[in-house]
Ligand binder design. Structure first.
Ligand code: ASP
Length: 454
């Protein structure tokens, strides 16, 4: 039994929905279909979820909402018309969209989430009707009814553990269940969404709940590439990744799947595959608990920019008990998340994402470090990128680091910092952002290929 999730670009038009129908029909084990809202048809298009945000703003600003309502209803109408579906489904969707503008604004913490969730909710109704019309016995199922019960954290819901038992009961259904992604209901029956892109999380939750044999996540790419295709020319897609490798790559810029989506499937020990709706015969990327065979030492290379480093020096730092704690406490009190801490004997660098550091916080850190901790030198270094090379099998191989560093030195790239955890699942380099692309290309070439680069 498989849970299959389709992202917004797979559901953006009638033409895409036909591919979705073929995919579901092709395998009788595909019994649970989790769907996003219609996404963009082309680069200039607007996602239905973004149109719902616009609609919400007009409504709460007491402005005229008719243009926003019509845009959204027309979006569904064009799909319904092209698929030749009955207008009773359009009437239902139009009523649901219009009704949003009658909900109470004052004291309604879940109003925004209720607007946003309408994108997925109505799409699931449409898709279930389309499946039924084409011979697939399908039924729309609201997440609340399915058992996706979440915490009361608007825009950032978490699944409540009790949900899984209720979800398991869905296994008894003989119909294909079409479940809207992206939201659940609270114990008080309020609509509450996950963070943006959260339909991936819903799919993972349903897969864990029904104890699926496989969670298939359909997107618009042939799985996860070993490097960013905007940087490396036609990188290969990775056949198999472990959950840990996926997490490491996602951390530094690989954004095919929502970060939090891995957790339920991982805990439920459900294998996951990322596939392409536009090329369903491609095997895609499987994400597994353990590699099924000996992988190459490096599976992927990612790079991400907008990092800064707070570089601190203090003579005899290593002898001062509690120094590191005091530094981190300054950050904690300012509610700053840090990412890496490479150290020397008398110096430590704290690498963080640029967005964590406002000018006021920066000033406060400088003052406290010099005044209270008596550091000799402190500087904030900007325009940094991190490069991660990832692979569980690196630990069984000597020379991975030397291949990567040689590739960079051949391109005259200075490595500012290096960090590798004892798990050896990844190595991180900090370099200047202007050299990030060149570094990723050089490392990709060194590990994977001869002369196929842009
Ligand atoms: N439609 C939602 C978003 O755009 C959730 C999703 O597509 O996964 O964020």
């Amino acid at each position: 039994m498989k849970v299959i999730k389709f992202g917004g670009s797979s559901l953006a038009s009638a033409q895409q929905l036909k591919k979705v129908l073929d995919i579901v029909k092709a395998d009788a084990e595909r019994r649970f279909v989790v769907v996003s809202a219609p996404g963009k048809r082309n680069a200039e298009d607007t996602k239905v979820t973004d149109a719902l945000i616009r609609y919400y703003r007009s409504y709460t600003d007491d402005a005229d909402v008719s243009a926003d309502q019509n845009w959204i209803i027309d979006r569904y109408k064009s799909i319904i018309d092209e698929l030749g579906l009955s207008h009773s489904i359009l009437d239902k969707i139009a009523a649901a969209i219009t009704e949003l503008a009658t909900l109470p604004i004052e004291g309604n913490d879940f109003l925004y989430d209720t607007f946003l969730a309408a994108g997925e909710d109505n799409n699931a109704k449409l898709i279930a009707a389309y499946f039924r019309q084409n011979g697939v016995p399908a039924r729309y199922m609201h997440p609340g009814k399915a058992g996706i019960i979440v915490s009361s954290e608007p825009g950032n819901a978490r699944i409540l553990p009790g949900s899984y038992d209720k979800l398991e009961e869905l296994c008894d259904s003989d119909e294909v269940l079409v479940i809207p992604g992206f939201f659940g209901v609270t114990v008080d029956n309020q609509i509450c969404t996950f963070s943006r892109g959260g339909s991936d999380i819903s799919g993972s939750i349903v897969a864990a709940g029904v104890k699926a044999d496989l969670y298939e996540n359909f997107t618009d790419v042939d799985g996860i590439f070993a490097a960013h295709p905007g940087v490396v020319h036609k990188p290969h897609s990775i056949k198999e990744l472990t959950y840990r490798e996926m997490r490491e790559l996602a951390y530094a810029g690989f954004s095919v799947l929502h970060d939090e989506a891995l957790i339920p499937a991982y805990r439920g020990r459900i294998p996951l595959v990322i596939k392409n709706t536009n090329n369903p015969n491609h095997p895609g990327t499987r994400i597994v608990l353990q590699h099924s065979h000996q992988e190459t030492p490096v599976v992927g290379i990612s790079g991400d920019d907008k990092f800064v480093s707070i570089n601190i020096s203090k003579y005899l730092m290593n002898r001062e008990v509690g120094f590191g704690r005091k530094v981190l406490q300054i950050l904690e009190e300012l509610n700053i998340r840090w990412e890496h801490i490479p150290t020397g004997i008398d110096d430590m660098s704290i690498v963080l994402r640029e967005r964590e550091l406002t000018p006021i916080k920066e000033q406060e850190i400088m003052t406290q470090l010099t005044r209270n901790l008596g550091v000799d030198e402190v500087e904030i270094e900007r325009d940094l990128s991190i490069i991660m090379i990832v692979g569980e099998n690196m630990k069984n191989q000597v020379g991975v680091m030397s291949t990567a560093t040689k590739a960079m030195s051949d391109k005259n790239i200075n490595i500012e910092m290096i960090s590798q955890g004892s798990s050896e699942v990844s190595v991180m380099f900090v370099i200047k952002s202007e050299q990030e692309k060149s570094a990723v290309r050089a490392i990709y070439k060194a590990f994977f290929e001869k002369d196929n680069l842009v």
